[in-house]
Ligand binder design. Structure first.
Ligand code: GLA
Length: 740
């Protein structure tokens, strides 16, 4: 049984295959968090400290007992109104500004299967694969409740959490914080916070910082999860590395503003709270209404960061991503953006498609610029009808041409946006977020449509569906190219910023859900100026997301490395693009670009007509390699072999098939020096007692040798000579091992 209640000591313990998570009904009904770690079968309440600590207040009903304080005890869902001065999970005000919401345990139940969340992304599982624990907390003498839900996927070592706040009072209350989860770690060890921060074209760089007696907040206020911070953090013991040590992941399934607040409390415990961004949240909850916090997926690993990532990879690939494409090999695509931007004709697109088809590419994606008056950034967004003058045909006709070449067809949309120079804006200026008397902030000359309004979502969807119907699109790239700013709805239905931003995200989810309901076979790729909305919430709708607008293979090694901590390889949109690179102007050999793009969905984003004959042959060979290795690339267990942030000599990663019969080692060389010292690449995930054959050279290695000494960095043959030499910078190797 994954959930065990022991009445005699008041513990509720969730067991997964390798972990236990325990809460305890404490004094006065405070729900305490006592443990999250390797499996235990006893009451972890022995670690609790009841002491009179100065300046930590006591609930009134504690009477003269000064040892009970919400400020010093680890709480399952810490409530500010209970007297907790740490970052609270729950903070509610009455209309007169007074704090309320001191929640105490009321009851719990366990049901089979995994709960779902209406209109929101949530991990799903078969009835037999999961269990749900529902714990109800209630405030004494008021009708306020917090219903905490836990989804337990024992085989995956994953526990999901969410909270529903119910206003059972007769007054409106204002929620200023309702986190998805709080995690307290009772410890005297040093712990670190690992977060994934960046910028446009430089997303998800891992940073590791000490958790100290100060609050560290990782957050986005942009209305999207953002390029700047990712809604995923890891709490790791100081010594934890890829293979060893304790760590806890917190992965939020939410695509809007969020915050993770992490600190060490005054007595050494780690306190982390994560959920929707509380800054300016102020969500009015009317009598009888409830608010549902987005889901968060927790996992604990005692085998380092690599294991933690693999837990998430499995969870996201099999229990978050949905639809027929989730386990299918995705078509190798060609996208015209970097080749043409918006400056194209139908003929040009056909010429790109033709060459791509000849070389083995399987799908054409027509990017931005096919609709309305869209020839530059200034106009067209919102007018989702085909510019037949520019294309010289309808979308249906273009798709037909492409299909004649044996390829699938898809196109780009940016449904949440509008340009002031568009028919949509001229007709419905009040559909854009803006206050009536204040000029809105523009970004890329565009405004954001108020997707909290159903009629706006429906209108845009209907327009786009007409185009899909005409061309029977196989694929859609759904972009979002600016953050939210003027959070003001003209309906005046809800002028609370928090409520509007929350409803906006639900509107985006509704758009995607309706799109997929109507076209169940559609392959939807998420995008937000590259990876500005790369989160587990989006992955519930899109099994892949364009990882970054930066397609430089060497920068991508770092971006994909950072992304891999939380998200599976097969969700990362990655393309081979032209050199010198669009963004960095760097030159990287085309085979290296392909090895890096295969650590992702794999496709091309350039005009293949401009390649040399030799490069064209290489492209055909790359596509063959991708098809041959697809299963292990996308479904194998993923191991990061080098720390890309530290090791400037080479980057390496490998995939090992689940049954252990094969492995694929990928190496990209970075810095070179003359007379280079020997370099070995240490593999991981192999059977130590087995032997492995390098299928290209026929060399046989012991699993133990590959994982201890490592594989000696291969040499490169010098063209035209009978010599081998140290590989140059930005060279790449893909070595396939078969277990013998
Ligand atoms: C964003 C995307 C790009 C491309 C452009 C089109 O930047 O990330 O891939 O689609 O928009 O405007």
């Amino acid at each position: 049984m994954p959930v065990v209640y022991k009445k005699q000591d008041g513990t509720i313990t969730i067991h997964t295959r390798n972990t236990s998570y325990q809460m305890k009904i404490g004094p006065l009904g405070l729900l305490l968090h006592t443990y999250y770690g390797p499996t235990i079968n006893t009451d972890a309440g022995c670690s609790l400290v009841y002491r009179d600590r100065g300046f930590s207040p006591n609930p009134y009903d504690a009477g003269i007992d000064r040892t009970i304080s919400a400020d010093t005890l680890p709480l399952e869902y810490s409530c500010e109104a209970a007297g907790d001065y740490r970052a609270p999970a729950l903070s509610i005000n009455r209309k007169d500004g007074f704090m309320t919401g001191d929640m105490r345990y009321e009851g719990h139940q366990v049901v089979s299967g995994k709960y779902s969340l209406p209109g929101m992304p949530a991990v799903y599982a078969d009835e037999a694969e999961a269990e749900t624990l529902i714990v109800t907390l209630k405030e004494k003498n008021t009708g306020l409740k917090a219903v905490l839900k836990y989804g337990v996927l024992p085989e995956l070592d994953v526990i999901t959490r969410t909270a529903e706040i119910i206003n059972g009072t007769s007054e409106t209350v204002i929620i200023s914080q309702a986190a998805s989860a709080a995690v307290d770690i009772m410890t005297s060890a040093d712990w670190d916070l690992i977060h994934f921060s960046g910028r446009h074209a430089g997303e998800r760089t891992p940073y590791r910082t000490e958790i100290a007696q100060r609050e560290t907040v990782i957050s986005s206020r942009r209305g999207i999860s953002s390029h700047h911070q990712n809604p995923f953090v890891i709490l790791a013991e100081k010594e934890t590395n890829e293979q060893y040590g304790q760590c806890i992941g917190m992965n939020l399934l939410w695509s809007g503003s969020f915050a993770a607040n992490v600190s060490k409390d005054s007595y050494g415990s780690v306190h982390a709270v994560m959920g929707i961004q509380p800054d300016r949240f102020d969500y009015p909850l009317e009598p009888g209404e409830s608010f549902i916090a987005p889901e968060i997926a927790l996992t604990f690993s005692n085998e380092g960061l690599g294991r933690l990532s693999r837990n998430y990879h499995k969870l996201i690939a099999e229990h978050v991503c949905r639809g027929p494409w989730k386990n299918r090999r995705r078509p190798v695509l060609i996208n015209n953006w970097e080749a043409t931007e918006m400056n194209f004709t139908g003929e040009k697109i056909i010429s790109i498609a033709k060459k791509a088809g000849e070389l083995g590419v399987e799908m054409l994606v027509l990017d931005d610029g096919w609709f309305g008056k869209r020839d530059d950034d200034f106009a067209g967004l919102g007018d989702w009808y085909v510019n037949t003058n520019k294309l010289g045909c309808t979308m249906g006709e273009l798709a037909e041409e492409v299909r004649k070449m044996g390829m699938k067809f898809g196109f780009w949309i940016e449904p949440e946006m509008v340009n002031e120079d568009s028919d949509l804006y001229r007709e419905h200026p009040d559909w854009a977020f803006a206050a009536p008397d204040i000029d809105p902030i523009r970004d890329r000359y565009q405004l954001v449509l108020d997707f909290s309004r159903e009629e706006v979502v429906d209108h845009v969807l209907d327009q786009i569906c007409e185009v899909i119907d005409d061309c029977k699109a196989d694929y859609i790239k759904m972009d979002m190219n600016r953050p939210l700013f003027d959070i003001y709805s003209r309906t005046a239905e809800y002028q609370s910023r928090g409520r509007l931003m929350y409803k906006y995200v639900l509107g985006v989810y509704r758009f995607m859900e309706k799109l997929l309901e109507r076209y169940p076979d559609l392959l939807l790729e998420g995008c937000s100026g590259g990876g500005g909305r790369f989160d587990a919430g989006m992955l519930y709708y899109c099994p892949q997301i364009w990882c970054s607008d930066n397609t430089d293979a060497i920068d991508r090694v770092r971006i994909q490395y950072g992304t891999s901590f939380a998200y599976p390889i097969r969700t990362m949109g990655a393309h081979v693009s032209a050199c010198p690179n669009y963004d960095t102007k760097r030159y990287v050999p085309i085979d290296t670009r392909a090895v890096v793009a295969m650590e992702g969905t794999f496709g091309y984003e350039l005009d293949l007509n401009r390649l040399s004959e030799k490069e064209m042959k290489q492209v055909t060979a790359q596509i063959e390699t991708f098809k041959k290795y697809w299963n292990i690339l996308h479904c194998g267990l993923y191991y990061r072999l080098t720390d890309v942030m530290e090791n400037r000599q080479e980057a390496a990663w490998m995939m090992v098939s689940e049954d252990g019969s094969e492995a694929l080692l990928n190496i990209v060389t970075l810095d070179v020096t003359g007379n280079k010292p020997n370099r070995f690449i240490r593999c991981a995930g192999l059977d130590p007692d087995a032997s492995y054959r390098d299928d290209e050279t026929g060399m046989v290695y012991s699993g133990n040798l590959l994982m201890s000494t490592g594989l000696l960095m291969p040499m490169r043959a010098v063209e035209g000579h009978n010599l081998v030499t140290t590989p140059p910078e930005y060279d790449a190797f893909q070595i396939h091992f078969t277990k013998i």
